[in-house]
Design a protein around this ligand. Structure first.
Ligand code: SAH
Ligand code: SF4
Ligand code: F3S
Length: 444
């Protein structure tokens, strides 16, 4: 049996696409392997959101391509860097067999077949009408408690810092019947937690007459028996409508956690980023969601040192952090991306040392907020959906609360997919430690 090793960088879209590739390759006999040295086909699924993830492709190829000299091996570059720079990569690495973008994922089997006789470069975008979303299920999803399901591809926003519209193309919403069928298929395999994914899930269906809205879609997924928890990512604050807020009052399976990227707390910076919401509007969304669901936990993304960001702008970001009391965030220094509108602002670039100092202050405050929030959970009993054995400790399992808190506790991996009541005994910055209360299982 030939073996395929897929190295995935980047976001949920890439993870999901890697799953689709595993599914596509299975009928051709390819079995997934975790050992790159054991693989007959190596696919690196790349990310170009910032310079650093992009560089990872080159170090990866530097390690893997020399192996082609000593054994039969097919090497492919997929994902966002391939889409952005496919032609260049194809030229730079003449021993590379395949280069293809995200829209070609559904053709991976044919392309691998073709690559037996000639090199393949495929960075065509499909049109958005009738975009062929793949319906194959990831063989690796079997036995997992949670799974992603894509609801839209691409992005029609043009945030000035962002490369995604270039690498993923225009937005296309996936027909609801396909989404629901995929959710049902996954639930049939034992999946309990569904995360709906897209670059801007809130704009789902809006551009196609007759399609349900995102809020309607949430209600339809909620109605599927066997789904225990529904999450989604990513939301754009501008598009968080009252219909979605209402779902938090009505749909108990909808998780009490939202990742809502804010990027900056300064209206001036938000304007220059073309995010089309203000700090006040963002806080209003948070307030409405807390009114609908008081236990809501929020996480976010920040970009620090966007061109022109002044001390006062950064202070606005710091005060926003405290106003929301985020319990987690991804924060990175602004990284200029090829062809993005923000490049025109580079004469106001923030010196790296200044950006680094701001980032450190933000991350320190974030850590304190997490520690405070988690300390308050000690001695509380939380309902946890068990995911499986902990990666680090034998005899310990892990799971998540609806609020997305990771809890580790002594337990049997056979509890996977079940709800248990866990009393928190210790709090850390990123996780909680606990013990099952009375050892009793709780009916979902
Ligand atoms: N669609 C999502 C975000 C996708 S990109 C949204 O609109 O929120 C994920 C995150 O990467 C962004 O939220 C942003 O914080 C970060 N990011 C994107 N481009 C970046 C850049 N050029 N430099 C630094 N961070 C960036
Ligand atoms: Fe990028 Fe903005 Fe689209 Fe998110 S909404 S993917 S940040 S352009
Ligand atoms: Fe990276 Fe592409 Fe996702 S650039 S963040 S893998 S959409």
């Amino acid at each position: 049996m030939p073996r395929v090793y897929i190295k995935t960088f980047g976001c949920q879209m890439n993870e999901y696409d890697s799953g689709k590739m595993r599914a596509q390759l299975a009928p051709a006999g390819f079995v997934p392997t975790d050992d790159v040295d054991d693989a007959d086909l190596v696919i690196v699924n790349t990310c170009s959101i910032r310079d650093k993830p992009e560089q990872k492709l080159h170090s990866f190829l530097g390690r893997i391509l020399p192996q082609k000299k000593v054994r039969p091996l097919t090497v492919a570059v997929a994902g966002c860097v391939a889409q952005m720079d496919g032609g260049k990569i194809f030229k730079k690495y003449p021993t590379l067999d395949l280069v293809f973008g995200p829209d070609a994922v559904g053709r991976v089997r044919e392309m691998v077949e073709t690559a037996r006789t000639r090199r393949v470069l495929d960075t065509e975008f499909f049109g958005t009408d009738g975009y062929p979303f793949s319906s194959d299920l990831d063989p690796d999803a079997t036995g997992k408690v949670g799974s992603f399901v894509t609801i839209a591809k691409g992005c029609d926003n043009r945030c000035t810092f962002c490369i995604v519209p270039t690498t993923r193309g225009d937005e296309a919403s996936r027909p609801a019947d396909q989404i629901l069928a995929e959710v049902e298929g996954l639930v049939g395999q034992g999946v309990r937690e569904i995360t709906l994914i897209g670059q801007n899930v809130n704009s789902y269906g809006l551009k196609v007459p007759g399609m349900p809205t995102f809020a309607q879609l949430l209600r339809e997924v909620h109605a599927i028996a066997g789904v225990e928890v529904i999450r989604y990512t990513t939301s754009h604050p501008r598009d968080m409508g009252d219909d979605v807020v209402a779902c938090y009052a009505d749909l108990p399976k909808l998780a009490s956690h939202l990742h809502l990227p804010v990027q900056s707390g300064s209206d001036r910076v938000l304007r220059r980023m073309k995010r089309f919401y203000t700090r006040a509007r963002y806080l209003e969304v948070i307030e409405k969601l807390r009114a609908a669901r008081p236990e809501m936990n929020f996480t976010t993304d920040f970009i620090i040192g966007f061109p022109g960001e002044q001390d006062v702008d950064f202070e606005d970001t710091m005060t926003l952090m405290d106003a929301v009391r985020f319990e987690g965030s991804f924060s990175f220094k602004f990284s200029p991306r090829p062809g993005t509108p923000a490049l025109r602002l580079m004469d106001e670039a923030v010196p790296d040392g200044v950006a680094q100092a701001r980032l450190q202050r933000l991350q320190d405050r974030q850590r304190d907020l997490q520690i405070e929030a988690h300390a308050a959970l000690v001695d509380q009993t939380l309902r946890v959906l068990v995911e499986g054995p902990s990666a680090h400790d034998e005899g310990v399992v892990c799971g998540r609360t609806s609020t997305f808190k990771m809890v580790n506790f002594p337990g049997d991996p056979a509890l996977s997919g079940q709800w248990v009541d866990v009393k928190v005994t210790r709090a850390f910055a990123n996780t909680l430690r606990g013990e099952v209360v009375g050892g009793e299982l709780v009916a979902p």
